[in-house]
Design a protein. Structure first.
Length: 228
């Protein structure tokens, strides 16, 4: 097992492991790194590990199904792991099981179809993604963004997000909350009772259970804190 690293400083105090450096795993690893996370990657390709080692915190050349290699990641200190093995589904299943056995709280596994997804969920995956449909960067942002239930990139710099109306906002109107002035984020709609409303009355109190649809710059959304 070979370990490479740049010793990066943890900015957001979040640590993730990415297992497998196909195009999906690479995209997730780089997006998490760009968002200030501490990222550890594992792949059995020396070339891929060498190529990414300067961009992530640690890069380990090892078999993702090797318990010793995964233990070296310090699983109990990780906020989550992304199992992104591209070729070997058996390896993906084994890695998912090992991650959960290590106590990693959030394990996201990549699947090609519904059958694989069902199997991965049965062996412990907290959620399953299908890269043919979802972009790696969107998955990474959803992992980090505790405030948002969904994050969709609109461009390189702006995204649309969804968030359940925060407790402190219930019963208050948009005009009263001054979300644009306080946060630099635009509320463009709300989902409530299964209906989407894009013509919100700024004077109407926000209901409990409503989901706000908001648009803003990524650098602002990443720091968004509804409690402030």
């Amino acid at each position: 097992m070979n370990v490479y690293g740049k010793g990066s400083k943890i900015i957001m105090n979040k640590q993730f492991a990415v297992l497998g450096l196909g195009s999906f795993g690479w995209s997730v690893a780089m997006t998490l790194t760009n968002m200030g996370c501490d990222v550890l990657v594992v792949d059995d390709s020396y070339e891929k590990i060498q190529e990414i080692s300067e961009n992530v915190s640690y890069a380990i050349k090892a078999d993702v199904t090797d318990p010793e290699a995964l233990e070296a990641l310090g699983g109990r200190n990780l906020d989550g792991a992304i199992v992104a093995v591209s070729e070997n589904f058996e390896a993906s299943v084994m890695a998912t099981m090992l991650c959960k056995e290590m106590g990693i709280p959030k394990v996201v596994a990549k699947a090609k179809d519904d059958l694989q997804g069902t199997i991965l969920e049965k062996v412990g995956a907290d959620s399953v993604v299908y890269p043919e449909i979802e972009m790696g960067s969107r998955v990474a942002k959803n992992l980090v963004a505790r405030e948002f239930t969904d994050w969709i990139a609109l461009s390189n710099d702006y995204s649309m997000v969804e968030t359940v109306v925060p407790e402190k906002w219930i019963g208050k109107s948009l005009a009263e909350l001054k979300i644009r002035e306080r946060f630099g984020i635009n509320v463009v709609g709300m989902i409530f009772g299964g209906e989407v409303d894009v013509t919100l009355d700024p004077l109407k109190p926000l209901p409990r259970g409503g989901i706000l649809i908001m648009i803003g710059a990524d650098k602002i959304l990443e720091k968004f804190d509804s409690t402030k």
